[in-house]
Design a protein around this ligand. Structure first.
Ligand code: 5AD
Ligand code: SF4
Length: 494
C-alpha cells in the first residue's frame, strides 16, 4: 500500500483493509455490537455555522438514505445545504460501485471538481460510499486525485464529524475505510424530507452472488434490533410520514443473525402492519430466503402494499448456478406462483443481468421466456459489468459486446410490451394514489403513486399534495397511468 501514497509517509494500512473474498468469507464469527451514538461532540457542534454543504448521491436507496444521515450530522454541526457547487464549503460524493459506469461518473465529477479546489483551496472535498471500500479506487484517488481531502467508507459514516475535524486541522488526506463490519450504529441524526421515509432494517449482505461487489462494500449481514426498527417507524408515524420503505440488501435474511431471539422478516412485517402508517414497502428481496411466513403476512395487506421487487437476474438455471444465486428457474417460478396465489393482485418487478460470462443464446432465451411467464410490471435491466475482486471477474467474459447490447435491447423491447399490457388491465379501474405534487411538465397536472408504485398523472389542485385520493385510470400508457380524480379522501389527522 505505502508505495502508492503521495506526499506523505502516513501508514494508511491501519485504516484501510482492502476487500478480499477470502477474508470476507471468514466473517460472521464475531458478535454484532449495537452502539447507541451519543450525538455530535461539543467541540464540533458549531463548526459549520455560516458554512454550506453539498452531497452528490449515486446508486441505490441505501446510499440515498446514508446521505440523509450525513445531512443530519452536518446540519447538527451548523452547516446549511446548498445546491450550488460554487457556494459550497464541503462537497461530498456518496458513490456507488455496482457497475463500471457508476464509477466512471464519479471520476468524471472529480475531474470537474479539481479546478474548483484549485480556485478555493479551503473547500473540503470528500469521497464516501461504496467506491471508497475498494482498494483500487482508493489507490487511484490517492495517486491521481490527491486534491481530495477525505475518503471514508460505508462503515465510517458516523465518524464524519471526527474526520472533518482531522481534515480542517491536519495537512494530509484523511483516509478511513474499515473492512470491520460487525457494528450497528443507532441514533444517528437523519434529515428526511417529504412524506416518504426510508428505514434501514439490516445492513450488509452475505449472499456473495459471483458478480456482485456489495458483500465487500457493505460488509456482513447484520440486523437492527426489532425494538429499534419499530420505535423508529412509530416515531415517523407520529411525525406524519405517509409511506415507509424498509431497506436492506437482502431483507428476507432479516433476523437470521440474532443469537438470542427467533424473529424473522415475516414477524417484523406483521408487527409493522399494526403501526398507523398508510403504506409500507420493502426492498430488496432475495428469492432464496422468501419464506411462506412472509407470504402469509403480506397477504394480510392493510398497509403492506401488493408490490414485490423480486430480482431474478437470469431465467437459466445454469447461469443462476454460475451466479451462485442458490435457486433454480423452477424454484423461482414456484415462488412466484405461490405469491400470486396468496396475493392475486400483486405487482412484481425485477432486476435482470444480460451477458453474464458464458451466457449462451439459448440461456438468454430462457430469460425471455421467464419474463413472459411471470409478466413483470417493470424490470431494471443491466449488461453484466465485471467488478474487481468478485469471482465472476475471473470467469471468461466470452459474450461479445454487440451481442450483449442486442440482448439488452430485445429484453427491454419485451418488457415494454408486457408493461403496456399490464397497465392496460387497469383501464377503467379506480386506484388509490398518494399525491406527491405537481408533475414535472405541467403545473395543472398532479403526480402520484399507486400502492403498487405506479406513476399516475391527473388534473387536480396542488392542495391535494401529500394526501390520498382516488383516481380512475382513463389512459394507461407504458410507464404512466393517466386518469381522472374521482374523490379526494380527507387528509389524515396526525
Ligand atoms: N453487473 C451488472 N449488473 C449488476 N448488478 C449487480 N452487480 C452487477 C454487475 N456486476 C445488478 C443486479 C442487482 C442490481 C442492483 O444491480 O441486477 O440486482
Ligand atoms: Fe447501493 Fe450496491 Fe451501489 Fe453500494 S454498490 S450504492 S449498495 S447499489
Amino acid at each position: 500500500m505505502d508505495k502508492t501514497i503521495p506526499k506523505s509517509d502516513k501508514d494508511y494500512s491501519i485504516y484501510f483493509q482492502p476487500p478480499s473474498l477470502k477474508e470476507a468469507k471468514k466473517r460472521g464469527k464475531e458478535d454484532v455490537s449495537v452502539h447507541y451514538e451519543a450525538g455530535i461532540a461539543d467541540d464540533m457542534k458549531t463548526i459549520g455555522v455560516g458554512k454550506r454543504y453539498l452531497i452528490r448521491t449515486y446508486g441505490c436507496q441505501m446510499n440515498e438514505h446514508d446521505t440523509e444521515v450525513m445531512k443530519g450530522m452536518l446540519e447538527d454541526m451548523g452547516y446549511e445545504p446548498t445546491e450550488d457547487k460554487l457556494d459550497a464549503d464541503i462537497i461530498l460524493l456518496n458513490t456507488c460501485a455496482i457497475r463500471e459506469n457508476a464509477e466512471d461518473k464519479v471520476f468524471g465529477e472529480l475531474g470537474h471538481l479539481k479546478t474548483l479546489k484549485q480556485e478555493r483551496p479551503g473547500l473540503i472535498l470528500g469521497v464516501c460510499g461504496c467506491m471508497s471500500q475498494e482498494e483500487s479506487v482508493v489507490n487511484r484517488i490517492m495517486q491521481k486525485h490527491a486534491f481530495v481531502d477525505i475518503i471514508f467508507g460505508t462503515h465510517n459514516i458516523h465518524r464524519l464529524p471526527a474526520l472533518l475535524k482531522e481534515a480542517y486541522y491536519g495537512k494530509e488526506m484523511v483516509v478511513e475505510v474499515w473492512s470491520k463490519e460487525g457494528d450497528i450504529i443507532e441514533n444517528l441524526p437523519k434529515k428526511r424530507e417529504g412524506m416518504k421515509a426510508w428505514v434501514n432494517i439490516m445492513y450488509g449482505c452475505d449472499k456473495f452472488c459471483t458478480y456482485c461487489i456489495v458483500p465487500y462494500t457493505r460488509g456482513k449481514e447484520r440486523s437492527r434490533r426489532p425494538e429499534d426498527v419499530l420505535a423508529e417507524i412509530r416515531d415517523l408515524a407520529r411525525k406524519g410520514f405517509q409511506e415507509i420503505t424498509l431497506l436492506g440488501q437482502n431483507v428476507n435474511a432479516y433476523g437470521k443473525d440474532f443469537t438470542d431471539l427467533t424473529y424473522t422478516f415475516g414477524d417484523l412485517m406483521d408487527d409493522v402492519r399494526k403501526i398507523d402508517i398508510p403504506r409500507i414497502r420493502f426492498t430488496t428481496s432475495h428469492p432464496r430466503d422468501f419464506d411462506d411466513r412472509l407470504i402469509e403476512v403480506l397477504a394480510k395487506k392493510g398497509n403492506l402494499v401488493e408490490h414485490i421487487h423480486l430480482p431474478v437476474q437470469s431465467g437459466s438455471t445454469e447461469v443462476l448456478k454460475r451466479m451462485s444465486r442458490k435457486y433454480s428457474r423452477e424454484h423461482y417460478l414456484q415462488l412466484v406462483a405461490k405469491i400470486k396465489q396468496a396475493i392475486p393482485d400483486v405487482m412484481l418487478t425485477t432486476d435482470i443481468i444480460v451477458g453474464f460470462p458464458g451466457e449462451t443464446d439459448e440461456q438468454f432465451e430462457e430469460t425471455l421466456s421467464l419474463v413472459r411467464e411471470v409478466r413483470y410490471d417493470s424490470a431494471f435491466t443491466f449488461i453484466y459489468s465485471p467488478r474487481d475482486g468478485t469471482p465472476a471477474a475471473g470467469m471468461e467474459d466470452n459474450v461479445p459486446e454487440d451481442v450483449k447490447k442486442e440482448r439488452l435491447k430485445r429484453l427491454n423491447d419485451l418488457m415494454t410490451v408486457i408493461a403496456r399490457e399490464r397497465n392496460e388491465l387497469l383501464r377503467g379501474e379506480i386506484v388509490e394514489v398518494l399525491v406527491e405534487g405537481e408533475s414535472k411538465t405541467n403545473p395543472d397536472v398532479l403526480s402520484g403513486r399507486t400502492r403498487t408504485n405506479k406513476l399516475v398523472h391527473f388534473y387536480g389542485s396542488k392542495e391535494l399534495s401529500g394526501r390520498f385520493v382516488h383516481v380512475k385510470v382513463t389512459e394507461p400508457q407504458t410507464w404512466l397511468l393517466k386518469g381522472e380524480l374521482v374523490q379526494a379522501q380527507p387528509a389524515r389527522v396526525v
